[in-house]
Design a protein around this ligand. Structure first.
Ligand SMILES: [Zn+2]
Length: 362
C-alpha cells in the first residue's frame, strides 16, 4: 500500500516536470535570444554612427570647398570695401577702415603751434560692402570731407594795453617782440600797462605781423594821450588847459617879446565870467589883487612849478588852500592892466616864466 503511494507521488512530480521543463527551456531560449539581439543591435548602431560621421565629414568638406570656391569667385570680380558715411551722407569708399580712423586720429593729435585743438564732432561710419574690383577707392576725399567738419580752435596772442586787446599776433615770440619794441620806445617815459594774453577762437582770427602790431599799438589813442600828457609835462607836472574846451577862446597875445617889450604869459580872450580851473593840483600861494595883474591866483604845483591866473573877475579860492586838477578857482575878467576880458596865464619854473603853449595839455 505504502509503495503505491510513493509511486503515485513520483509520478505526479514527473508530471509536473514534464509540464514545466519545456517552459523553462523556452524562457532560457528567449533570454539567450534577447542578448544576442542586443549585441546585434549594438553592432548595427556602431556601424550606423560610423557611417553618418563619415557622411557628415564628407558633406562638411564639400560645403567648405563650395563656400571657398564661391568666395574665390566673388573675390576675382568683387572686392570688400567700406562705404563711408558722415551724418548719413556717403562721402566715399575706402579699403581700410582702420587706416582712415588712424589718419583722423593723427590729424586731430598733430596740431600745429597756432592751433590749440581740433574737435571732430561726428566720426564717419563704415559699412562693409562688396564692389566691383574696378571701383576706385577715395581715401583722400574721405579725409578731406572729415577734416571739413572739424572745428579748429586757434591759439593766438593778443597785445593788451591796460587790459584792452589792441592787436593779435600769430605766436608768443612775436607777441614778446611787439612788447619789447613798444617798451623800448616808450617805457620809462610812459607808465604803460602792456601785456600779452593767449586767446582762443574757433574763427580764423586775423593776425598782424610784428611791425604792424607795433605801429598799431603805438598809434593807439591811449599811448598818444600818454605822449601828449608827457609833452605837456613841465618838471614832472602835467598842466591842463584851465578853461573849458567848449569855451570860445582866442589867443590874443602869446608868450615872448611884444611891441619891443616882453609878455610873460599867454592871453586867452573869452567871455567875462568864464570859469577858470586849476591847471594841476597844488596849493594856492596867492589869491587877491596884485598891481597890473588885477585879481590874481597863483598855484604852486611842486617841483618849482607855478601857474598864474590874472585879470580875474572873481576869485573862489584863498591862500593856503589846496586844489585838485580842474577845480574851479576863479572866473575870467578884465581887472588890472587889461584892455578886455581875458585870462593871462603864466607858467613859471623856479620863478622863471615859460611859454605856456609848450606845456598845456588839452
Ligand atoms: Zn597877458
Amino acid at each position: 500500500m505504502i509503495r503505491f503511494d510513493i509511486i503515485l507521488v513520483i509520478l505526479l512530480f514527473l508530471r509536473i516536470l514534464d509540464l514545466k521543463l519545456p517552459r523553462i527551456y523556452s524562457i532560457i531560449n528567449f533570454v539567450a535570444h534577447k542578448i544576442s539581439l542586443k549585441r546585434r543591435v549594438n553592432f548595427i548602431l556602431e556601424k550606423k554612427i560610423k557611417y553618418y560621421t563619415k557622411e557628415c565629414t564628407k558633406w562638411t568638406t564639400l560645403l567648405v570647398f563650395g563656400i571657398l570656391i564661391i568666395i574665390f569667385a566673388i573675390l576675382t570680380k568683387y572686392k570688400p570695401v567700406y562705404i563711408v558715411t558722415l551724418s548719413g551722407v556717403e562721402i566715399g569708399i575706402v579699403n581700410n577702415k582702420h587706416e582712415i580712423e588712424d589718419a583722423i586720429e593723427s590729424y586731430v593729435q598733430n596740431v600745429t603751434e597756432d592751433i590749440a585743438y581740433i574737435n571732430i564732432e561726428e566720426m564717419p561710419e563704415f559699412k562693409l560692402k562688396f564692389v566691383s574690383r574696378e571701383e576706385q577707392t577715395s581715401e583722400e576725399e574721405v579725409l578731406i570731407a572729415v577734416r571739413d567738419t572739424a572745428i579748429i580752435t586757434y591759439r593766438r596772442y593778443a597785445i593788451t594795453l591796460e587790459g584792452v586787446q589792441k592787436s593779435v599776433v600769430y605766436s608768443l615770440d612775436e607777441a614778446k617782440s611787439v612788447v619789447e619794441e613798444i617798451k623800448e620806445e616808450f617805457d620809462g617815459d610812459l607808465d604803460l600797462d602792456i601785456g600779452v594774453v593767449e586767446i582762443f577762437d574757433t574763427n580764423h582770427v586775423d593776425v598782424e605781423n610784428v611791425e604792424t602790431a607795433v605801429a598799431k599799438v603805438n598809434d593807439d589813442s591811449l599811448i598818444q594821450e600818454k605822449l601828449k600828457e608827457k609833452e605837456a609835462t613841465v618838471n614832472g607836472i602835467v598842466l591842463h588847459l584851465p578853461l573849458n574846451e567848449e569855451a570860445k577862446t582866442t589867443i590874443t597875445s602869446r608868450f615872448g617879446s611884444r611891441n619891443g617889450g616882453y609878455h610873460s604869459g599867454l592871453d586867452i580872450a573869452t567871455t567875462i565870467g568864464t570859469p577858470i580851473y586849476a591847471a594841476a593840483a597844488g596849493t594856492v600861494t596867492y589869491a587877491g589883487w596884485q598891481g597890473g595883474y588885477g585879481n590874481l591866483v597863483i598855484i604852486s604845483h611842486g617841483n618849482g612849478v607855478e601857474t598864474y591866473y590874472a585879470h580875474c573877475t572873481s576869485i573862489y579860492v584863498s591862500t593856503g588852500e589846496t586844489v585838485e586838477t580842474g577845480e574851479l578857482i576863479s572866473s575870467v575878467g578884465s581887472t588890472g592892466n587889461s584892455t578886455g576880458p581875458h585870462l593871462h596865464l603864466e607858467v613859471r619854473v623856479n620863478g622863471v616864466a615859460q611859454n605856456p603853449q609848450n606845456y598845456l595839455y588839452k
